[in-house]
Design a protein around this ligand. Structure first.
Ligand SMILES: [Zn+2]
Length: 292
């Protein structure tokens, strides 16, 4: 099967330019419908699959996104790497609007959001997740960011707090999160990172800063407004396209990172007790470890 690169576009990024031989594909999954049809196309030598996280026209709230269907659909189309583009608010003065953070950690602060795993229904698996981002992919993105941007605007590493939303934080929440020492806040990436690892897909976040959340005091220009977020989203989208187009050319054909075998020791259920129905349902991701 062709080894493709997946791109999940966040707020502001609903299409990517430069794709040739474009084809739109509706993908069915055992977990329901993805956010939208997926776009398959060619960027240079590489085949890529693009999915707008919130659907075209931005129709889905973070809590309404069918994360399982999205990651499943990408896996089904042969995706081995996912570049996730994500709009975030910053908790650090040095992480400025329009900067990029190459996230290395996520912190789950959703309200018990459902469906952040493919497992259950008679099969238990626990993936290792101390390092939730693919280091090889993160480094590829970082190197391209450094070539495209001022070095003080690119941040190697950072913790992404995944809030529930859809409202932005209250000031009290924002100040508490900031006191925890996290770097940025968003509403979607934790769920995707978990599912991508379960599906043995490399995953890395290009966190594009739109604002300072609302912890910052005094400087009225720095305080978050929806207008400012939207303006910065549009500026970020252009930059994201450029970085993606260049990064894709640096992604190797063969993987040497541990993401590719994340499930090899993770499935703990005694094999003969896994229900046949569940085996068949999950064949795409567990087939090489649990033949049905
Ligand atoms: Zn990897």
């Amino acid at each position: 099967m062709t080894k493709r690169v997946g791109i999940i576009g966040g707020s502001g990024l609903y299409h990517i330019g430069g794709l040739s031989n474009k084809e739109r594909r509706k993908v069915d999954t055992p977990f329901g419908e993805p956010s939208d049809e997926l776009f398959i196309g060619q960027l240079g030598e590489r085949e890529v699959v693009f999915l707008p996280r919130h659907g075209r026209g931005h129709r889905l709230l973070p809590s309404e996104i069918n994360y399982r269907a999205n990651i499943w659909a990408l896996k089904k189309l042969g995706v081995e790497w996912i570049i996730s583009v994500s709009a975030v608010g910053s908790f650090k003065k040095k992480i400025k609007p329009l900067d990029i953070v190459l996230i290395d950690q996520y912190f789950n602060w959703t309200n018990g959001r459902q469906h952040q795993t493919f497992f259950g229904e008679g099969i238990a698996a626990h993936i290792m997740f101390a390092h939730p981002v693919c280091e090889s992919l993160r480094k590829i993105l970082y190197d391209v960011c450094l070539e495209e941007m001022d070095t003080s605007s690119v941040h190697w590493g950072g913790t992404y707090l995944n809030m529930e939303g859809p409202p932005f934080s209250t000031k009290a929440e924002s100040m508490i999160y900031q006191s925890w020492g996290v770097d940025v806040i968003g509403m979607t990436n934790m769920s995707e990172a978990r599912l991508a690892r379960e599906a043995e897909i490399c995953y890395a976040t290009l966190a594009m800063v739109t604002d300072y959340d609302c912890w910052i005091e005094g400087d009225s220009d720095a305080i978050v407004s929806v207008d400012m977020v939207i303006q910065n989203l549009n500026k970020n989208a252009e930059l994201a396209r450029k970085i993606i187009q260049r990064s894709i050319l640096n992604i190797p054909q063969e993987r040497s990172c541990p993401c590719a075998s994340a499930l090899s020791k993770a499935i703990i259920t005694q094999r003969d007790l896994i229900p046949e129905k569940t085996k068949q349902k999950l064949e795409l991701i567990i087939g090489k470890y649990v033949p049905s």
